[in-house]
Design a protein around this ligand. Structure first.
Ligand code: C2O
Ligand code: CU
Length: 459
């Protein structure tokens, strides 16, 4: 992140007020209509240029799709881009044919064509949707939006239930999205396509209006394609209530920082006691402010804090689990050490742009990483033998994170995407109960495109 540009914007005093996410209404026949097409936005604020983006319904971020737990969701998707695309509903335990993975669960939707997505959203929480065809190119151009599944009894006034899509961008000196480096092999082999600028709901350095003495729920989504955010909720007075959509038993004070990796979500609650300004920062390196909470007087009396109810996720049966390895290797800076095969193999992989591997294999073919009986508990022990962090996402399922570096975690939280840092081992467990072919991949989208992607099958 470029601290100088941040300062420039704050000195100019051009902070704009946060735009709340636009909530998509259903059409008369009960469909949400979602169209991918070209559009533009000023990512750097008023004094930056217009960037050419790819957007859903012309909006940045894409419109918020908001449904109730258990609701049938029908989305009529139209592709007005010049290339094929598809839509993935990240974190939803979805029917496999609706998962949106081009080439695995559906053919890509060609330019000019449409596709009806039709699924049930079984779990309440904060989710998102994004392109899943050439995602390394389509997502960082803007094809992402929030998907909120409401609790049976929504506990917050809509003005206090705030979705914040955090995205980073690589901007040039005019504040315009740089495009020449899309698909660059250097990024793929390193940390991915890191940006130098952040927006929240498409707004640069926004002021986020809050009300004094009232409980707010902030739904944070990291839709960046590579940027890990190190957030410190306690510094802005917030407590964490859910990760990746799945609520905790009680709100948790987090000392220090909590990583929000690409694809992950974090729900926090906060009740500011003073009017005034609170910086919203990422602690990567030194604290960098990318928004300001502006606390004003309350417009109505507060309601007691009501926490989201737990979702009915299948509990792993650890006694009868099957254990599988996930060895991550590859990448620049010494990570090639864990790559298997001969020197000639290695050279061929590099020429194909496959810098990364899961269990010695770069990229996907017809053989799944594993096949499972329906209902079987799978424990995956992953080892990050690379010089970079990764955010591993499983489609169609949620898992518990049990252990890090051999130590049992106090809170084996449910997630759909977990972060792993260099040399770390992480053990997760889940019940493979959703039939179909599912992806497992790094959500640093350049890594996924260059080898960190495979699939598994549930019978
Ligand atoms: Cu959010 Cu396979 O992705
Ligand atoms: Cu990765």
């Amino acid at each position: 992140m470029n601290r100088r540009s941040f300062l420039k914007a704050s000195v100019a005093g051009c902070a704009a007020t946060l735009m709340p996410t636009f909530s998509l209404a259903k059409s008369d026949d009960g469909f949400f209509e979602l169209t991918a097409g070209k559009g533009q936005a000023r990512l750097f604020g008023d004094d930056g240029g217009l960037s050419d983006l790819w957007l859903y319904n012309g909006r940045l971020p894409g419109p918020e799709i908001r449904v109730k737990r258990g609701e049938r969701v029908r989305v009529r998707f139209l592709n007005k881009l010049d290339e094929p695309t598809s839509v993935h509903w990240h974190g939803i335990r979805i029917d496999n044919t609706m998962d949106g993975v081009a080439g695995l669960t559906q053919p890509a939707v060609k330019a000019g064509e449409s596709f009806d997505y039709d699924f049930v959203a079984p779990d309440a929480g904060t989710y998102w949707y994004h392109a899943h065809t050439m995602s390394w190119n389509q997502v960082p151009r803007g094809l992402a939006g929030p998907l909120i599944v409401e609790d049976d009894v929504p506990a917050f006034d809509p003005a206090l239930d705030i979705t914040l899509m955090l995205s980073d961008w690589r901007l040039d000196d005019n504040g315009v999205m740089e495009t020449a480096s899309f698909g660059g092999m250097h990024d793929f082999a390193h940390a991915g396509r890191l940006g130098n600028w952040m927006t929240i709901n498409g707004v640069s350095m926004p002021d986020i209006p809050l009300q004094k003495d009232r409980w707010h729920r902030l739904r944070l989504v990291n839709s960046s394609s590579a940027r890990v955010l190190d957030l410190a909720p306690s510094r802005f007075g917030a407590r964490v209530i859910a990760l990746d959509g799945q609520p905790f038993e009680t709100p948790r004070d987090m000392d220090g920082t909590l990583q929000l990796s690409p694809g992950q979500r974090m729900d926090v609650v906060m009740r500011p006691e003073e009017t005034g300004a609170i910086p919203f920062e990422t602690m990567t390196g030194q604290p960098i402010t990318f928004a300001t909470f502006k606390v004003g007087e309350a417009s109505a009396p507060d309601r007691p804090l009501m926490l989201p109810a737990r979702n009915d996720l299948p509990e792993p049966d650890l006694e009868n689990a099957r254990e599988l390895p996930l060895d991550m290797a590859g990448g620049a800076m010494g990570g090639m050490r864990g790559m298997m095969g001969s020197r000639a193999d290695m050279q061929r992989r590099m020429q194909e742009g496959l810098f990364w591997a899961f269990n010695g294999k770069g990229g996907m073919d017809d053989t799944p990483m594993f096949s499972s009986e329906r209902g079987e508990t799978i424990v995956v022990e992953s080892r990050n033998d690379t010089a970079f962090a990764h955010a591993i996402h499983l489609h169609g399922h949620h898992f518990r994170v049990l252990e890090r570096n051999g130590r049992k975690l106090v809170h084996p939280d449910w997630r759909d995407t977990y972060t792993t840092v260099p040399d770390e081992t992480v053990k997760i467990a889940f019940v493979a109960d959703n039939p179909g072919k599912w992806l497992i991949h790094c959500h640093m989208l350049g890594h996924a495109a260059s080898g960190m992607m495979d699939w598994f099958e549930v019978g």
